[in-house]
Ligand binder design. Structure first.
Ligand code: ADP
Length: 201
């Protein structure tokens, strides 16, 4: 881990879905709790599936619960001055203000750990994550396993009704009809609306 002369820096854990970002974030939070650092854990768009997973308890009973947030301003407002470690999961869904919030907290001596998806379903840089990668002191980019070839996967394959989603579908879909797979660059398909999709599966 980073050993500067003063506390306060930014760590980013980036990568495709299923690459283990949440596992790594929770591992770092758990270790901070064991070290008796006051930790605040946030998650944008808290998902009911993950309730429980985001309750981190050390062997001596310290617990860090994830607080759902919808904006970077909420992270700043909820931060307590005694908190030494701020961790945020699903940071790609937060607004660009998270860049200023992360810098402000790090300047104040906080260890800021941010986990998020770095590319959208098209393979384009996603939300504030590319900028966070640039300003962070420490960056880890994780890969999943490509469900088609078994190689390292860097891309999020969006499927709608089992078929690759077209390029001009919205970056964030509302309604949940889509599903996602981790795929490598070569198995990642994003057809233009007028392409024959049967050839792309
Ligand atoms: P992330 O936060 O990056 O979406 P998680 O930490 O939630 O990832 O989940 C990682 C876990 O997902 C892995 O440990 C593994 O058990 C599981 N998993 C499911 N599909 C895949 C895949 N295609 N590649 C790698 N891990 C996968």
């Amino acid at each position: 881990m980073f050993h500067g002369t003063r506390p306060g820096w930014i760590e980013v854990i980036a990568g495709v879905m299923f690459s283990g970002k949440s596992e790594e974030l929770i591992r770092r939070v758990r270790r901070a709790v064991i070290a008796r650092k006051p930790v605040q854990l946030f998650k944008s768009h808290l998902d009911a599936r993950y309730a429980g997973l985001y309750s981190v308890t050390s062997h001596d009973g310290e617990t860090a619960e994830a607080t759902p947030v919808d904006s970077s301003e909420e992270v700043m407002r909820l931060w307590r001055p005694e908190t030494a470690v701020v961790a945020v999961d699903e940071v790609q869904f937060l607004d660009d203000g998270i860049v200023t919030v992360a810098n402000t907290l790090a300047d104040r001596g906080v260890r800021v750990v941010l986990a998020g998806i770095d590319m959208d379903f098209r393979g384009l840089p996603f939300g504030p994550v590319p900028t966070l990668l640039a300003i962070a002191e420490i960056v880890d980019k994780l890969q999943a396993i490509c469900v088609v070839c078994g190689g390292p996967a860097s891309r999020n394959q969006r499927l709608v009704n089992g078929k690759p989603a077209v390029w001009n579908s919205p970056t964030i879909m509302v309604g949940g009809r889509e599903s996602y797979e981790a795929r490598c660059r070569h198995r990642h398909k994003v057809p233009r609306a007028d392409e024959d999709q049967t050839a792309l599966l």
